[in-house]
Design a binder for this molecule. Sequence first.
Ligand code: NAP
Length: 461
Amino acid sequence: MRTYFIEFSYLLASVFFILGLKGMSHPESAKRGMHLAEIGMLMAIIGTLVHHEIVSFTWIITGLVIGSLVGLAMGVWVPMTAMPQRTALSHAFGAFAAALVGISEFYRTYGSGGHLERITMSALGFEVMLGSLTTTGSLLAFAKLQGLVRGTPMTYKGQNIFNMALLTITVGIFIYLVAVPGSMPLFFAMVGLAFVFGLLLVMPIGSADMPVVMSLLNSYAGLASAATGFVLNNKVLIIAGTLDGFSGFILSILMCRAMNRSMTNVLFGAFGSAATVAGAGTQEGTMREVSMDDVATQLAYAHKVVFVPGYGLATAQAQHAVRELADVLERRGVTVKYGIHPVAGRMPGHMNVLLAEANVPYSSLYELEQINPEFPTTDVAVVVGANDVVNPDARENPSSPIAGMPILDVDRSKSVIVLKRGQGKGFSGLENPLFFKPVTGMLYGDAKDTLTRLVQAVQEA
Ligand code: NAP
């Protein structure tokens, strides 16, 4: 009876996970998808708690309480702007848990003179190797994104060869352990090397590429969990881990596509390093600064305005202010749209999440392919803290490091207003010729502050 209950709750959990993922594939249904996935996780936990092999609940309850408190604190106190590093930390926790389960299974078996079948050892080795490298890789990704260590690529001569050599040795030990299982020192050498490899893998990757790497690490953590499922003969872990593994991998590929870069370039290209940025050349000319009143008048008498948000909107938390300005303009009869680049900000869907939080109607958000043909008929394109995603060099300069990356063609609008604090570069570290074009006016200041003052100025215009 108990076994049936467990199997049934695992089956329900898996169905909820799949429905949850489906829901999260669209911004409108994303919240519902998240809730479905939460129900799935609850079903999986309930199913696991009634397991007949559990002899004491002391450690389980302790873990549940600590985990719930940490999760609650992260949910309540971590701001939206820190979401990428929060995700990196969650991956590190998940991967560490998978690695620890594998290590304890191995230790428990061989410490008591037992033996693991080759197939079990393969799954266990895979789980521990991926879990360990994902732990340290995710922790370094967290430290880079949080600014605890330098976010730019850390490179040295022969780095890729050294990393490949280390990976080969680690995988070599893994294969040996599958063929001749049982050597405790070799097993722990493999664990140690995998921990080191995680750090080395992420070191040459700049913060701008971190979302791609994180979703790749997410994919590894998922595959490690699936392997754990094989070791523990737990079906829900196999299903959830596989879903996680493949969705993470697909997301990494989609992000690479949106930047017109290959996975190899992201992992080994040291994008944003001094060498790649130096190759981009410098920009001639001056930037034209405009006044608040000029911009307010332009906006108030425009027919069509397109807001293009970027990472600066997230740091300034300007989503409510941009919505207020849009409301004021719409009340004056101006048509307002938002152009959303797939990799604007620092994580996929970053802008959608922020604008949804400010109740911007989903029907006002336009994807890159939809909005680009509209720029020539746009009176004012307002760039709110975006830089790389509106850099025309990607379209016009084949020698640019971001050449070929699809961009929002704001420079084809009748007028462009850029809201940013100063001369700061985008995450690629490249200069942006858009800011030097005659059609562009620069309105300096924190995006939230500028937009709030613009609301007032447009009302008075
Ligand atoms: P961006 O190129 O990083 O530029 C952000 C701009 O915002 C900066 O130039 C900065 O200039 C300005 N800014 C910062 N704080 C501000 C504030 N408080 N108020 C006003 N402006 C502020 O951002 P993006 O155009 O969104 O491009 C995203 C980048 O991340 C791309 O290179 C993309 O390839 C990369 N990336 C994203 C993802 C993803 O999933 N979203 C994944 C991988 C890579 P000032 O300092 O002068 O203010």
